[in-house]
Design a protein around this ligand. Structure first.
Ligand code: BG6
Length: 611
């Protein structure tokens, strides 16, 4: 997904655009560009690569108090300067986040009208279509944008300006997130609040099919279809810009790994019942009676969020005895699952903007499901469209590979399992014990992260295996999704091929790959050890290498492992969270040792807002 930002006010626009684009760069970093209006002419500076490349240009010469900026995650057209945004015509400059599906037919119409294209992008087609209405139909800017958008199929978050009207920005959305920050005699439009809150915390979240006419002093919201006025609802952002600074850490990912004790505490804050035998959630919008009637739960998510769904499936089935299914959000809409009225639909999404998960939510609502969202972004599309939900409250997550959002999603999953279990057969005493256990997790994670000796050992192990070509992560029961998360982290960050299996599944095929170059990471607690030992023996018997992640109440036979990472022993309900931390660090250190950019891994983006 791309990051888009626009500024109109009484200050020079360029510095704000650059600062905003840096904060949005985790959304896409193939190329970056800005456009301002200098003496009635567009000034466009765009380059392949990072925002920092633009800073090498003499931006100080830009005096304009209006401008637009873009960081790209390529969809249509290669990673070239020409395909970088902003795109301009004679009168219009545009930045776009999303995909125009019918751009080809529109392009043919425009070429017939004499337009010559400089790029391969769908976005340039939209720019020229607006120009067509503006120049040949002589329509005011807002109507040119509106009529052009009525012609396009697909998703968009756009900001448009005209060199004939250097005091107005037009912003519009359908499917891609767009927020406008209202300051004093200035306004900033952006894909997310991190690019806005250094200037103001007063924000307006645009809904689908709305567009805004923005000047330094005025903000007007209207519908694209009928040009009707829309009431403006101003929200206030509840976190500070410092929360999204890297501080003393070498990367946002490292910072967010070390923030997990605090993040887990925040995710639990104020969510235990007075009698401390249960959890409580303020935003479910479902009565206890409605929840008690639930006979089946379907979870949906993408990437790391799906792994959190899979751990929660295990915990809800174990403690609340309610059948749970987990679906890839990208498949759910097209799968046409059988439904019945006692089925609850829950989506998990850190960003709340992942289009596959948003589409699954919309499909579930169409089918009459009650939809809950476990989400970390207040005001996100998923948060606003779900019937109810649980906010994660872990603060902004900037590192593209998810860490604190994952462990807090698993924690909230455990808390939901307790809530549903206490409604069913779990006793008061069992509930009190479960709550006490949950409250211990921030301290246990802190004790592990403060264990310098163990952290240093993980660094050594990561460096030792960083040139291997592939790794297999094995775990049983609730630790199988954790093995999947470990494999995903290693793939995302170090580009080492990795797969995950339930430990015993090895002997049904993957064991064919075992030789002296083969590396397996086996995650186990004491009660799962016996079963995992047989998998270790099968791998060792064929010369494979084993990194064991074991709780500290286990003493294992030396010859069964090559390297051991020890984690604090803890209750099975919170073990998945504890076992994740060393796998996050293993991937981080392997990637750092290989010189990979851990915050902006190649080809990835923090939230994917195109299908
Ligand atoms: C991917 C991110 O784009 O989307 C992953 O790189 C993330 O880290 C996945 O897990 C789902 O994102 P979200 O925001 O819906 O949880």
């Amino acid at each position: 997904m791309c990051g888009i930002v626009g500024y109109v006010g009484n200050q020079k626009a360029a510095p704000f655009l650059i600062e905003g684009m840096k904060r949005l760069e985790y959304r896409g970093y193939d190329s970056a560009g800005i456009a301002t209006i200098e003496n009635g002419e567009f000034k466009v500076i765009k380059r392949v690569g990072r925002v920092s490349n633009l800073e090498k240009e003499n931006l100080f010469q830009l005096q304009s108090t209006i401008g637009i900026g873009h960081t790209r995650w390529a969809t249509h057209g290669g990673v070239t300067d020409a395909n970088a945004h902003p795109h301009t015509s004679e009168c219009i400059a545009l930045i776009h986040n999303g995909v125009i599906e019918n751009y080809d037919s529109i392009k043919n119409m425009l070429m017939y009208e004499g337009y010559h294209f400089k790029s391969e992008t769908d976005s340039e087609v939209l720019c020229y279509l607006i120009d067509y209405y503006y120049k040949y139909k002589a329509e005011p800017l807002k109507d040119s944008v509106r009529h052009a958008l009525q012609k396009v199929h697909g998703t968009f978050g756009i900001v448009v300006m005209s060199n004939k009207d250097p005091n107005t920005l037009i912003a519009a959305r359908r499917g891609s997130p767009l927020i406008c920050g209202l300051g004093t005699k200035e306004a900033i439009v952006a894909s997310d609040v991190s690019a806005i809150i250094s200037r103001t915390k007063n924000v307006v979240y645009l809904n689908d099919n709305e567009f805004a006419i923005i000047t330094p002093d005025t903000f007007e919201l209207r519908t694209i279809e009928d040009d009707e006025q829309v009431n403006v609802k101003v929200d206030s952002v509840n976190w500070n810009i410092e929360d999204s600074d890297m501080g003393k850490y070498s990367s946002y990912m490292e910072k967010e790994i070390y923030e997990q004790p605090k993040a887990l505490k925040n995710a639990m804050r104020g969510r235990f019942s007075e009698d401390v035998s249960n959890t409580k959630f303020g935003g479910l919008n479902l009565t206890a009676e409605e929840l008690k009637k639930v006979k089946r739960i379907i979870f949906c998510g993408c990437g790391t969020a799906l792994h959190a769904c899979l751990v929660t499936e295990y915990l809800i089935e174990k403690f609340a005895r309610v059948p749970v299914e987990c679906e890839y959000a990208s498949e759910f809409r097209y799968k046409n699952c059988p439904v019945d009225e006692n089925t609850l639909f829950i989506v998990m999404s850190q960003s709340g903007e992942t289009i596959d998960t948003l589409s699954a939510l919309r499909e579930a609502k169409q089918k009459g499901f009650k939809v809950l969202a476990i989400n970390n972004s207040v005001g996100s599309s998923i948060a606003r469209e779900a019937d109810g939900g649980i906010y994660q409250h872990v603060g902004p997550e900037i590192g593209v590979a998810s860490t604190k959002a994952f462990t807090s999603q698993v924690l909230i999953g455990s808390m939901l399992a307790l809530y549903l279990a206490r409604q069913r057969d779990m006793s008061y005493d069992e509930g009190v014990k479960f709550v006490e256990t949950l409250k211990t997790i921030p301290k246990i994670v802190r004790s592990f992260l403060d264990n310098k000796k163990e952290i240093e050992k993980i660094k050594q192990i990561a460096q030792k295996y960083s040139d291997c070509t592939s790794m297999y992560f094995l775990g049983r029961l609730s630790l199988h999704p954790i093995a999947m998360e470990g494999a995903l982290k290693l793939k995302e960050l170090s580009y080492i091929h990795a797969e995950a299996y339930p430990s015993a599944e090895m002997k049904h095929g993957p064991i064919a790959l075992v030789n002296d170059k083969f590396v397996a990471v086996i995650i186990s607690s004491k009660d799962m050890l016996l079963k995992n030992v047989s998998s270790m023996q099968e791998i060792k018997a064929r010369g494979g290498n084993i990194i064991a992640v074991l709780t500290d109440d286990i003493s294992i036979l030396k010859e069964l492992t090559d390297d051991v990472i020890t984690i604090p022993a803890c209750d099975g309900s919170i073990l998945p969270i504890m076992a994740t931390i060393p796998l996050q660090l293993l991937a981080l250190y392997a990637a750092q040792h290989k010189g990979c950019d851990v915050d902006k891994p190649r080809n990835l983006a923090k939230s994917v807002t195109v299908e």
